[in-house]
Ligand binder design. Structure first.
Ligand SMILES: NC(=O)c1ccc[n+]([C@@H]2O[C@H](COP(=O)([O-])OP(=O)(O)OC[C@H]3O[C@@H](n4cnc5c(N)ncnc54)[C@H](OP(=O)(O)O)[C@@H]3O)[C@@H](O)[C@H]2O)c1
Length: 235
């Protein structure tokens, strides 16, 4: 029997909301009458400016996803709350863009730890804060598709997002038969600090669509690897 449709609105825990796609997601969720708990690494950010205009609908928390103690502390601070969605947006690019054999060990560890290991730690640690039917989303990339890799380029970044996809497959496999909806999202190539000025899409062309896709998948159990228009990406 299909699950009942979700109620309008809710509260999202949005990890990595200081700028770029995460900041735009916070603004769009507020637009849709959601409450947002957004995380930043510290200091004054654009999320703070947005929160001032959002009439109390944005709360700001602090988290560097690579620091397990900070994940545990956030879980403890939020232990009395229940969220309707968790989305891990935080991620970094490998600006050297070297072929994989030329990448330094330090850079390999930095990118893989931030993009693959840390989002999974966040998801595993914070899942107890979610309702049974809350969606878990994580920002992957079209670059994470092994099947679509015809050109190389961004080899370490690609590898980190492919690893993230694989780790989410394992996480989802451990939840087979549950009502949990999970989405690995590819936002398209978007003009942000990470995407650069030559990217194909504006934030406005990506983020509202991406959020409509997440909302539409809220009662669709299992793991889905989707782009910002809701199209399935081959693994
Ligand atoms: N833009 C694109 O074309 C594109 C395409 C595919 C996928 N993506 C993915 O989309 C996500 C957001 O990218 P973006 O384009 O918005 O990049 P961005 O403008 O560079 O923003 C990156 C965000 O991640 C946060 N972050 C980085 N490392 C973190 C850490 N260790 N702990 C907590 N937060 C951390 C940053 O926080 P600070 O402000 O503290 O640095 C910032 O909020 C990333 O996962 C990226 O891989 C982007």
């Amino acid at each position: 029997m299909p699950l009942p449709p979700p109620p309008e609105g809710g509260t999202i825990l949005l990890i990595g909301a200081s700028r770029g796609l995460g900041l735009a997601m916070a603004a769009e969720f507020v637009e849709k009458q959601w409450a947002v708990v957004g995380t930043v690494r510290g200091g004054q950010t654009k999320l703070h400016d947005l929160a001032e205009e959002a009439g109390g609908r944005i709360e700001i928390e602090t988290l560097d996803i690579t620091l397990p103690d900070q994940i545990a502390a956030l879980r403890d601070r939020l232990s009395h709350r229940t969220f309707d969605m968790l989305f891990v947006n935080a991620g970094v690019a490998d600006e050297s863009r070297k072929p994989i054999g030329d990448v330094s060990t330090d850079e390999f560890i930095r990118i893989m730890t931030t993009n693959a290991l840390s989002p999974m730690r966040v998801i595993e640690q914070l899942e107890p804060l979610l309702s049974a039917t809350a969606l878990i989303g994580v920002m992957s990339s079209g670059r994470g598709s092994i099947a679509n890799n015809e050109t190389g380029e961004d080899e370490l970044y690609r590898g980190s997002k492919a690893a993230l996809n694989m780790f989410m497959r394992s996480f989802a496999a451990r939840r087979a038969g549950s009502d949990r909806s999970m989405v690995l999202m590819a936002p398209g190539w978007v003009r942000t600090d990470l995407g650069g000025p030559n990217a194909r899409l504006t934030i406005e062309e990506s983020v509202p669509n991406l959020i409509d896709v997440l909302l539409a998948r809220r009662r669709d159990p299992g793991l889905h690897y989707l782009d910002y228009l809701g199209r399935t990406i081959p693994w």
